[in-house]
Design a protein around this ligand. Structure first.
Ligand code: HEM
Length: 222
């Protein structure tokens, strides 16, 4: 038995991604944006890129709903595309933003990987699902508060709806249940490690998007 087989999967995946989490949190783009050193255009650009990522994640939901590995994670109360679209309507002052919106190359790579695993590998899809949604339920709340204060969005209103999970009354309890789902994943041995690797890849894909956004906003990763 491998030593990792006895560790609950939720612990394994969290610990394996901790270093990259710190890296993502402290990326120049995130720290400049949350430190109030970037204008609302940077926040809008970030939100735009998220739209491509969540369309990839959620576009696969119907197909994966009955899958024994990925299916239990596909909870409609997590879906973010509609909230992102309301935020983008607001951030573009109601103008039609869809036609002109383009993913950055880094975002395209990220979304393509999500679509690939959604098609071929449910365990890999879970890794991407965990990386985004559990993060949104956690650090996302810090980002929301800062965005409200920095750019004057209404509390939990248009502009920050992405961070507001209207249908999750108790995020702490939800996260506990989510970790139970991770622990109950019907996967063993090398497949657990493959999923952990994919989570690390998901973090790297996020960091690459931050880097590209930072360059576009005129910051450099230090
Ligand atoms: C400034 C940005 C960020 C802040 C302040 C932040 C903060 C946090 C905090 C405080 C937690 C712990 C919550 C808890 O234990 O319940 C957390 C968890 C998490 N964050 Fe972040 N985070 C940030 C960015 C990110 C990014 C960019 C990602 C990935 C794309 C991410 C993914 C995660 C995940 C997956 C967890 C859950 C870890 C676990 O308990 O398994 N975070 N974050």
């Amino acid at each position: 038995m491998s030593p990792t087989a006895t560790v609950p999967f939720s612990t394994l995946i969290r610990e394996a991604s901790q270093r990259q989490h710190t890296e993502a949190e402290n990326s120049s783009f995130m720290s400049d944006m949350l430190g109030g050193r970037l204008g609302v255009a940077a926040y809008r650009a970030y939100t735009e890129q998220l739209w491509f990522v969540y369309r990839a994640l959620e576009g696969a939901a119907d197909r994966l709903a009955g899958d024994p590995v990925a299916g239990p994670f596909l909870r409609p109360e997590l879906f973010r595309t509609a909230a992102l679209e309301r935020d983008l309507d607001h951030l573009h002052d109601g103008a039609d933003w869809r036609a002109a919106l383009r993913p950055l190359a880094a975002t395209e790579t990220y979304a393509a990987r999500v679509m690939e695993v959604a098609r071929d590998w449910p365990g890999g899809y879970v890794a991407h699902h965990y990386t985004r949604y559990l993060g949104d339920l956690s650090g996302g709340q810090v980002i929301r508060g800062t965005a409200e204060r920095t750019w004057g969005f209404a509390r939990k209103g248009d502009g920050v709806r992405f961070y507001v999970f209207e249908e999750i009354a108790n995020p702490a309890a939800f996260k506990r249940e989510y970790r139970e789902l991770l622990d109950a994943l019907p996967v063993e041995g090398p497949e657990r490690l493959r999923i952990v690797d994919e989570c690390q890849r998901a973090f790297s894909l996020n960091t690459a998007v931050f880097h590209a956004l930072g360059e576009a906003a005129g910051t450099q990763d230090r």
